[in-house]
Design a protein around this ligand. Structure first.
Ligand code: NAP
Length: 464
């Protein structure tokens, strides 16, 4: 047999998860000079693109144009997509080891971080991740229910996801018309009674995780006023000192925008977004369902590493709310047959090589990329260098001769295996048909896209 990576014996790589990091890893391998590579990308959903489809807010359509780059990767003659194939049920580590020289896991962070306060699981308290999946037509969250008859809502955390959730709650129907929000979510939001959105930040406006455009965008919405208590928009002494020593235009702008919001007089729009800084939820209160959130006032203290952390005072306040979205970050989940760092919610790894926790040595041929490697941080583009680093490790291991030696390296063997297991996989061409159908369904109602939200609906549309 000729050398692996040559036209007669291409390097066979499986990528598990078809989000940005999976596509960036594939792109890097495809563009490697003098390498013949055949990539099979798997996703447990029939649809590709991960959080670009199921996470990016529907009113941020421009961000989704990044898909064009992924479509180019998918056009490569040796690229195959196997949608509707779940690692762990349809596909095992052993299956992958028998068919590929290397495997890259780019499965993202599939669950949410916990706040760790009493009442967190009361009815009416939801991880923001579920709401995001619901309004983006992700099949896992299709049946979720959110009680939008509530007038008062709390959003905990002020990261990018929190901003997305706030906007979607406060958008007008005409604003939502130009989005690809799930049709059932648009209908539910049309009947929403939400009036007050309390946004709870445990630190100050100088530590906000949102971006300048995001915070400005909230102040320009058709049906929402933004307010903030003037004293909470002011910087505490440590933040002021820090900002003087480390001038940062982004942080300064975030602070200026919030101070301008604090001066605004609400104009009586349908919704009011109340930013609250230096407060942490200590309990969700309610008899079976959320009726209020109890918060403690914080002050900022300096940590040994120089960062500023919130420290609770003895001042409490209770805000009546009937719905809570906990937007305090995502968390990775383990995959069967692979090691996992439970605390970090990521694979133990070195530069993307998955490590055996006992020996601390790499598991030959197994790599990770994206959020399951580094945790849920950064923007879409952050995944490019991250995935390239992992793919480079795979190439270095190819050169060192330490990759897997699959017994069934013929491409057709994969299809035979999946068919024998009765897996109804969806090819890239079939995804393209779904894509076209979604665009047509959207055009029929004057919207950019009308997504399928159930796997059986998608398979039926494909005649499967
Ligand atoms: P994030 O950016 O890490 O923000 C989490 C927020 O929750 C922070 O405000 C954090 O405050 C707060 N928090 C954490 N634990 C808390 C607790 N126990 N109690 C109260 N507050 C708590 O996470 P995210 O918003 O879920 O976003 C995840 C990733 O997706 C990020 O990398 C983000 O940039 C990315 N994303 C990007 C976009 C975009 O580019 N448009 C859109 C969506 C998501 P502290 O700062 O005090 O820790």
């Amino acid at each position: 047999m000729s050398q692996v990576g040559t036209p007669s014996n291409p390097l066979r790589v499986a990528i598990i998860g078809s989000g940005p990091s999976g596509f960036y890893a594939a792109d890097f391998l495809q563009k490697t000079k003098d390498l013949s590579v055949a990539i099979d990308m798997y996703d447990r959903l029939p649809t590709p693109f991960g959080l670009v489809r199921g996470g990016v807010a529907p009113d941020h359509q421009k961000i989704k144009t990044v898909i064009k780059a992924y479509e180019k990767v998918a056009q490569h003659p040796s690229f195959r997509f196997f949608g509707n194939v779940a690692y762990g049920t349809d596909l095992s580590r052993l299956d992958l080891e028998s068919h590929y020289h290397g495997v890259i896991y780019s499965v993202g962070s599939e669950t949410d971080r916990r706040m760790g306060v009493p009442g967190e699981d009361l009815t009416g308290s939801h991880p923001a991740t579920k709401f995001v999946g619901w309004y983006n037509a992700h099949p896992d969250y299709r049946e979720e229910q959110f009680d939008l008859t509530q007038e008062n809502v709390a959003v905990v955390g002020i990261g990018n996801v929190a901003m997305d959730v706030i906007r979607i709650l406060a958008r007008s129907q005409s604003e939502l018309m130009s989005t690809d929000i799930a049709d059932y979510a648009m209908e539910a939001l049309a009947k929403s009674k939400v009036k007050n959105i309390y946004v709870l930040a445990r630190r100050g406006p100088a530590q906000a995780a949102y971006t300048n455009p995001e915070i400005k965008e909230l102040g320009e919405m058709e049906e929402a006023d933004v307010t903030c208590p003037a004293d909470e928009a002011e910087l505490d002494e440590y933040s002021r000192e820090w900002l003087t020593a480390n001038p940062d235009r982004t942080v300064e702008t975030n602070v200026e925008v919030m101070q301008e919001y604090a001066k605004r007089t609400p104009t009586g729009k349908r919704c009011r977004i109340h930013f609250r800084f230096l407060v942490s939820p200590v309990e969700l209160i309610g008899n079976g369902k959320v009726e209020a959130v109890k918060i403690v006032k914080n002050k900022l203290v300096k940590s040994d590493d120089g960062s500023m952390r919130p420290k609770a005072t003895d001042q409490f306040e209770t805000i009546p709310v009937g719905l809570v979205f906990r937007s305090v970050g995502y968390m990775g989940l383990p995959l069967p047959g692979l090691p996992f760092d439970q605390k970090a919610g990521t694979f133990p790894h070195e530069k993307g090589r998955i490590l055996d926790p006992e020996t601390k040595q790499p598991l030959p041929g197994h790599y990770c990329a994206g959020w399951i490697k580094r945790g849920p941080s950064g923007v879409i583009g952050t995944n490019k260098p991250d995935a390239q680093e992992s793919a480079q490790c795979l190439l270095d291991d190819l050169a060192a001769g330490t990759l897997l030696s699959p017994g069934s390296a013929a491409p057709a063997a994969v299809e035979t295996m999946l068919q024998a297991k009765g897996v109804r996989y969806v090819s890239y061409a079939e995804w393209q048909r779904l894509d076209q159908l979604e665009l047509e369904r959207g055009a029929a109602v004057g919207r950019p896209r009308n997504k399928f939200s159930r796997v059986d609906e998608m398979l039926k549309a494909l005649g499967k």
